[in-house]
Design a binder for this molecule. Sequence first.
Ligand code: GDP
Length: 325
Amino acid sequence: MKTSDKIYIAGHTGLVGSAIIRLLEGKGFTNIVTSTSSNLDLREQNQVKQFFKKEKPQYVFLAAAKVGGIMANQTYPAEFIYDNLLIQSNIINEAYHNEVEKLLFLGSSCIYPKNALQPIREEYLLSDYLEPTNDAYAIAKIAGIKMCQAYAKQYGCRFISVMPTNLYGPCDNYNIQNAHVLPALIRKFHEAKIAEKDNVTVWGTGSPRREFLHVDDAANACFFLMENYEHTEIINIGLGKDNTIAEIALLIKEITRFEGKLVFDESKPDGTPRKLLNVDKINALGWHSQIDLENGIRNTYTDFEERYDYYVTQKERTVFGNNNV
Ligand code: GDP
C-alpha cells in the first residue's frame, strides 16, 4: 500500500477500526475514508452500494461488526447473526463490484470449536461443534470467511480473513452488561475503588483461560498481513500465551489499586474453557506481538481513567469491538 492509496476502514469508531486509523495515520497515510453509522447503515445494501460507487476505495479493512461479551452474545443472538451477516455481505460484495484491490476481513477466535485442541491451529475450523454461548456470532463470522474464500475462488479477489484472539485497549466497550471481560473488570475495579467497596464480582468460576492481545498489536498485525499475506486460508493473530480469568482479575485489581476482595459468581456462564491461538503461521511470516499483558492493561487503564466520562456516558457500543472476541 502506498500512503496516497484510498483506504476504507469499516468500523472506524470501534476498538479495532480506531486502532487501525491510529496506525495508518502514524505511518503517514493521507487518504483514509470512514463513515459513521448515522450516515451509512452498513446493514442496508443500497447505502453500501452508493458509498462504494462514490468513494471507490482501493483497500478495505472490514472491522465493522456487532460484537459483545458473553452475556450480550447469549441475550441477543438474533441481532448478532442478522447484523453481522448483512454488514459483511454488503461490504464484501461491493468490494468485488468496485474492484477493491485487497480486503481484510476480521473474524474472531470464537469461530473455532468449543473443545478444540490448544493452542488452536487455523485448520481446526469446522472440525467440531461450537461454543453455544456465542454460536450465532461465530456462524456469521464463519460465513464471512467462506464468502471471502468464495469470491477469491470464483472472481480472483484478494480477500483475506484474519482471526484475532480476545482484544482490549482504547475505544473498547465499557458497558458492564455487554462488554468483554477485560474492559468490564477494569470498570468494575475502578468504580469499586472510588466507592470504597469491599468486593468486586467476577463472573463464572475464574478457571476459564483466555488470551488477550492489545489492539495496537492487532492493528499492527492487520497492516502486516494486508502487505504480506495473499492466501485465502485464515490466519490467527495472537500472542501465544493465556491466563485464567482469576489471574486476569488479580492483575487488574493490582493495576487499578483496588484493595478489596474478589467474589466469583458461579451463576454466570464460563463459556468456552480455553481459547489460546496457535500463532506459528503469523510468527513464521515475521510478525510477533510487542505489547505484554501488564503494560497493555496499564496503558488501557490510563486511557479509561482519562476518558472515564466519555466511556460511561456513551450508549451501547456495538461496532467492532473486540475481537473477539
Ligand atoms: P468470551 O471470551 O466469548 O467467553 O467472552 P467474555 O470476554 O465476555 O468472557 C470471558 C470470560 O470472563 C468468561 O468466562 C466470563 O464468565 C468471565 N468473566 C468474569 N467476569 C466477567 C465480567 O464482568 N464480564 C464479562 N463479560 N465476562 C466476565
